[in-house]
Structure formats: structure tokens, C-alpha cells
Design a protein around this ligand. Structure first.
Ligand SMILES: [Fe+2]
Length: 277
């Protein structure tokens, strides 16, 4: 994990994507191609949710009533989120510093970089686009336990030292991005990194990865790679566990995890970038 982890900075982009800026009324005039990409992604993922994602996500999705044929305007998302949990989105144009990211979360603003992936990168892109942020995360932000935990994470991150932030980032990764939850109906997905990826949606609930009962200290100690299907997931016994966790002393857990050190990675190291000639 480096400070350039795009999932954590919540912004774009080192690979050529440019956020579209809103006009004075906050409106973004999306080109037809971008709306068509949204439609393709929406239709593909909607067909995969049943029996795989948790009811709280589905309830949030229903409240948001996202359009299928065009990228939603952030003001429409904000009205629903604000009424539900006091959250809103924050349009971000490009890279934002970590301090800004944590500050936004602490103030219940979820950063959304306003660009969408190109058709060539429909299946995977390294940086989070508007589809990931809106479709992946915003339905869960209507859930009070998830909303509270995410705001707590922002508050803690803002006050944390860089070394502590690296640990906190793993907790975010293993919950907000790649969390699973057990429900009376069976094991379900609530992490936005899974929900916005068709491949990971299938992989996460298959018998390929390992599943462990959620334990915050274990999650804090678990290294990850952003560019592979996750080899392991932590499973909450109930979403209310996130609310409980947000009332606990997470920074003490971070310090305990730092004392204990990292677990061995369950993946090969990321390929080294070719040296510049
Ligand atoms: Fe994300």
C-alpha cells in the first residue's frame, strides 16, 4: 500500500482519465459514449446482484433509483443520501491529498471523481471511476451502521500518523471495499470494490478465496494488492458490527496490529515496473 493507492484517495488518475467538471449549477453534461458505458455496466451488474449482495445494499439501491441509461447527477444522489444518513458526495476533479480524503469522509462527504472508464477498460481499471463510487458505494451509505463506520474512519485517518494510516487503510480495504457479511439468507457482499466488478462479484462468493470471520486486528494486519482478485475476505456476522466497531477504540487496535506486525501475503508480489532507460 502506498499513499498513491487510488481506492483510498478516491480520485483519479495517473493513466489519462480526466474528471468532467460541473457547470455553475453543479450539472455535468456527460457525452453519449460515457452514458452508454454507464448503461452497459449497470445492466451487467444489476443482473448479478440477486442472491449475492446484502439486503441493505439492495434497499439503498432502490432508494437511490439510479438511472440505467445515463450517469446520474450528483445532486440527485445527495438528496437521497442526506435524507438517509446525512452523507453527500463531493465532486473531486483529480488527485486529492490524503488529508482532504479523510477530511471529506469525516464530514460525511464521499469523494467521487467524475469520469467513467473507457469501453476498453470495462472489466477492470486501477482507479475508481464514478461507476465504482456511485454504484459500488453509495447504496451502502444509506445504511446507518456503514455510514457511521465510514465517517469514523475519516475522523481517525485525519488524526493519524502516516504509519497508522497505512494500517487503517487495510481495515477500510477489508470492509468498505471488500467486505462480506453473513445474513439469514446466506453469505452476501457489501464491499463496493466487489460490487462494482463483475469478476470479483463471482469470485468473492466462490470457493476459490478464503473466508475468515471478521476480526479488526486481523484485518489491520492483512496485506493486499489492488490489482488482483482478492485471495481472502473477512466476513461480518452482521452489518451492525460496523456500528459497534465505530464505537470502539480503533486506534488502540491499530497500535496492537503494529506491534504484532503484518501477516504473510497470500499473493505473489506485484510485478516490478520496468526500469526507465
Ligand atoms: Fe472504493
Amino acid at each position: 500500500m502506498t499513499s498513491s493507492n487510488p481506492y483510498l484517495s478516491g480520485v483519479a488518475s495517473k493513466t489519462g482519465y480526466r474528471a468532467r467538471l460541473p457547470d455553475d449549477n453543479g450539472f455535468i453534461d456527460w457525452p453519449d459514449q460515457d452514458n452508454a458505458t454507464w448503461q452497459t455496466l449497470m445492466q451487467r451488474q444489476l443482473g448479478m446482484l440477486e442472491g449475492r449482495v446484502c439486503q441493505e445494499y439492495l434497499d439503498g439501491l432502490e432508494r437511490l433509483a439510479l438511472p440505467e441509461d445515463r450517469i446520474p447527477q450528483l445532486a440527485d444522489i445527495d438528496r437521497v443520501l442526506h435524507a438517509a444518513t446525512g452523507w453527500q458526495t463531493a465532486q473531486v476533479p483529480a488527485l486529492i491529498p490524503f488529508d482532504t480524503f479523510f477530511e471529506l469522509l469525516a464530514n460525511r462527504r464521499f469523494p467521487v471523481a467524475t469520469f467513467i472508464r473507457t469501453p476498453e477498460e470495462l472489466d477492470y481499471l486501477k482507479e475508481p471511476d464514478i461507476f465504482h463510487e456511485i454504484f459500488g458505494h453509495c447504496p451502502m451509505l444509506t445504511n446507518p451502521a456503514f455510514a457511521e463506520f465510514t465517517a469514523t474512519y475519516g475522523r481517525l485517518g485525519l488524526a493519524a500518523e502516516p504509519k497508522e494510516r497505512v494500517y487503517l487503510a487495510r481495515l477500510y480495504w477489508m470492509t468498505v471495499e471488500f467486505g462480506l457479511v453473513d445474513t439469514p439468507a446466506g453469505r452476501r457482499i457489501y464491499g463496493g470494490g466487489i460490487i462494482s466488478s463483475p469478476k470479483e462479484t463471482l469470485h468473492a462468493l466462490s470457493d476459490v478465496p478464503e473466508h475468515f470471520p471478521f476480526d479488526p486486528i486481523e484485518a489491520l494486519r492483512t496485506p493486499y494488492r489492488i490489482d488482483i482478485l482478492q485471495p481472502l475476505y473477512y466476513v461480518l456476522d452482521d452489518l451492525s458490527r460496523l456500528h459497534e466497531l465505530s464505537q470502539q477504540d480503533i486506534m488502540s487496535m491499530v497500535h496492537r496490529a503494529m506491534e504484532l506486525g503484518l501477516h504473510e501475503p497470500r499473493f505473489e508480489p506485484a510485478p516490478k515496473k520496468a526500469a526507465k532507460a
